[in-house]
Design a protein around this ligand. Structure first.
Ligand code: ZN
Ligand code: ZN
Ligand code: ZN
Length: 259
């Protein structure tokens, strides 16, 4: 078994691809890799399994991928495309189990406001979700995996990417929503085996990297393999991937990487 398996539950931007009401050639594409649900990943190791974000498509993603094990959930930030599937975590709390939820103080504040029925501790009927909040203030451990928060700029806000290390080896870094990656974060992830990074579209955007910016980051970080995610209907999988340099590929819903 691989040390760490990442399943891409979703690789799309907030509107998803296809986008409602759009007849562009990517929204009409018959390539299944051009169908992108909202971005999140499931990470599994021998001793622990977790999600990074629960977007509005979480239920269908979990059914599609047969997700059976979730020991904790980690959030990057509180934009709706990353949190709105939260209540569908209920099956992972059956038997009155508490589900550890890791987030920055800002993100936890927004989560506890959006899902106050779950966080306020009242009316804990059987079958309700039971979050156990953990505020992130530094690296933390899931079994033998060390998780390091990576604060990156997503427009005007700072959000968390995450680095996963086992036995001291940096296996994967996930930066789903970012426009700028500070030097200290670049230094932390340099040489990581797999870099997963935001690449919204080709033209510049105020809060997300475009493909060109993502490629510049990829060459700086020099991962063995870089994967582009959080993609809009600007990017046609087959065509875009053919134009990428060696070592950079486009992630798609259902892709599994075993590290
Ligand atoms: Zn997003
Ligand atoms: Zn379109
Ligand atoms: Zn966002």
């Amino acid at each position: 078994m691989a040390d760490l398996t990442i399943t891409f539950l979703g690789t799309g931007t907030s509107l998803g691809v296809p986008m409602i009401g759009c007849d562009c050639r990517i929204c009409r594409s018959t390539d299944s890799r051009d169908k992108r649900t909202r971005a999140s990943i499931h990470v599994e190791t021998a001793d622990y399994a977790w999600l990074v974000d629960t977007g509005p498509d979480f239920r269908t993603q979990a059914l599609r991928e047969g997700v059976r094990r979730v020991d904790a959930v980690v959030f990057t930030h509180s934009h709706t495309d990353h949190i709105m599937g939260f209540d569908d975590l209920r099956p992972f709390c059956f038997g009155d189990k508490e589900l550890p939820v890791y987030a920055s103080p800002d993100t936890m504040r927004d989560l506890s406001r959006a899902f106050q029925f779950a966080f306020n501790g009242e009316n804990r009927w059987p079958g309700y979700i039971r979050p156990l909040p953990h505020l992130i203030d530094g690296p933390f451990q899931f079994g033998a995996t060390e998780i390091t928060p990576l604060p990156v700029l997503h427009g005007r806000i700072s959000v968390n990417g995450y680095l996963f290390r086992r036995n001291g080896e940096p296996l994967a870094a996930y930066l789903s929503d970012c426009k700028e990656v500070p030097a200290v974060v670049r230094a932390e992830i340099r040489g990581v085996r797999h870099l997963i990074v935001d690449a919204l579209r080709y033209t510049p955007h105020p809060t997300h990297m475009n493909v060109e910016e993502a490629l510049a980051l990829a060459s700086d970080v020099a991962a063995d393999q870089t994967w582009l995610t959080h993609l809009s209907h600007d990017v046609m999988h087959a065509e875009a991937e053919a134009a990428l340099p060696t070592g950079v590929r486009i992630a798609f819903d259902g892709l599994k990487i075993e590290i």
